[in-house]
Design a protein around this ligand. Structure first.
Ligand SMILES: NC(=O)c1ccc[n+]([C@@H]2O[C@H](COP(=O)([O-])OP(=O)(O)OC[C@H]3O[C@@H](n4cnc5c(N)ncnc54)[C@H](OP(=O)(O)O)[C@@H]3O)[C@@H](O)[C@H]2O)c1
Length: 312
């Protein structure tokens, strides 16, 4: 495993983490082909392979993801694991964050979170007051670091300007070879200011793994993902072909190349979701893969040309 530090802090995090939206979520096939036993096994195998970063949220499986992680981590050394969770500001009362944290900690069976994120910006939410509550949570030892998610550069800067005592260490963003806007819009700033970019949907929810095509698209939650439209498979042919070629050159899977492309930058960590131990193992192997300059340049060329239609 390769490690980096979280933002400006000294907290060490594995560059491949484990995303757990899948856990407990019917929209990801939970309870059908994928159950609690598999999920717990995936967490244990991840820790065994050196992953120390686990991402969850209060909304995943309506709290079930946090419950499963809590159960899976029983008996493990708490200090060795970096647990990230998020709250969704649905009300405009800034104190809601405190109630949400209490519930998350209870489900996770822990007494502090390593990183707590505002899941999505909400223009109605008094951002300054919410962040003030979060800073107090750090002082009270309930969370170690503050982060946000789905905040573009301007919103990030606005949030940072409201901080009185601490800095925002991480922005969790939709960033992959298939959705690469962050590469130019946020990453240079993140590098300059030592902010961690936590890449979610790093495999484009499976689009970059090569197993889906216009006649075989995923069901459930991913029906809403416009990448899986026929027209975007057509647009994606050159990118997916190049990805496949590079994977063949290394005798690895396309998923490994897609993740390796992201984490070549030490400011970026990826949190792929996994539905099986085999998928997890492939994802973790990405940390061992080094792409050559020539391969990166071929991939970057296709990434910059790929312009999926994501609206309507
Ligand atoms: N902050 C936010 O707003 C936000 C939004 C979305 C996600 N997230 C977080 O980011 C995590 C990852 O994002 P994501 O789950 O949306 O997308 P993802 O990680 O890009 O895709 C995960 C899916 O890809 C397939 N897969 C994974 N590894 C594979 C492999 N090695 N080979 C082939 N297929 C593989 C699996 O589904 P199939 O086998 O069914 O294809 C898996 O469920 C989530 O679990 C969550 O923790 C955060």
């Amino acid at each position: 495993m390769r490690f980096t530090t979280l933002g400006k802090s000294e907290t060490k995090i594995s560059q491949i983490g484990l995303g757990t939206w899948q856990f407990g979520s019917k929209g990801w096939g939970f309870e059908t082909d994928f159950n609690k036993k598999d999920a717990i096994g995936i967490v244990h195998r991840a820790l065994e392979l050196g992953v120390n970063l686990i991402d969850t949220a209060e909304v995943y499986g309506m709290g079930e993801s946090e419950r499963i992680i809590g159960q899976a981590l029983e008996g493990y050394e708490r200090e060795k694991i970096v647990i990230v969770s998020k709250f969704l500001p649905a009300t405009i009362r800034p104190s809601a964050v405190k109630r949400a944290l209490t519930k998350s900690l209870k489900r996770l069976q822990i007494d502090y979170l390593d990183v707590y994120l505002i899941h999505w910006p909400n223009p109605l939410l008094p951002l300054g007051a919410t962040l003030k509550h979060m800073e107090k949570m750090v002082d009270d030892g309930l969370i170690r670091h503050i982060g946000i998610s789905n905040f573009g550069l301007k919103r990030f800067q606005k949030a940072q300007s409201k901080m009185k005592k601490y800095t925002i260490e991480v922005d969790q963003l939709n960033y992959s070879m298939a959705k690469s806007k962050v590469k130019n819009s946020f990453l240079p700033y993140a590098e300059e200011h030592e902010i961690t970019v936590m890449s979610y949907s790093p495999l484009g929810q499976g689009y970059l793994t090569g197993k889906y095509n216009p006649n075989n698209t995923p069901s459930g939650t991913r029906r809403r993902n416009r990448l899986f439209r026929k027209s975007n498979f057509k647009r994606g042919v050159p990118l997916l072909e190049e990805l496949k070629l590079v994977a063949q050159e290394h005798n690895v899977t396309m998923a490994e190349v897609a993740l390796s492309w992201l984490i070549r930058n030490k400011q970026v960590v990826a949190i792929p979701g996994a539905k099986s131990i085999l998928q997890l193992e492939a994802n973790v192997k990405a940390a061992e893969l080094s792409l050559t300059e020539a391969q990166l340049s071929r991939l970057n060329h296709e990434v910059s040309k790929f312009n999926p239609k994501l609206l309507f």
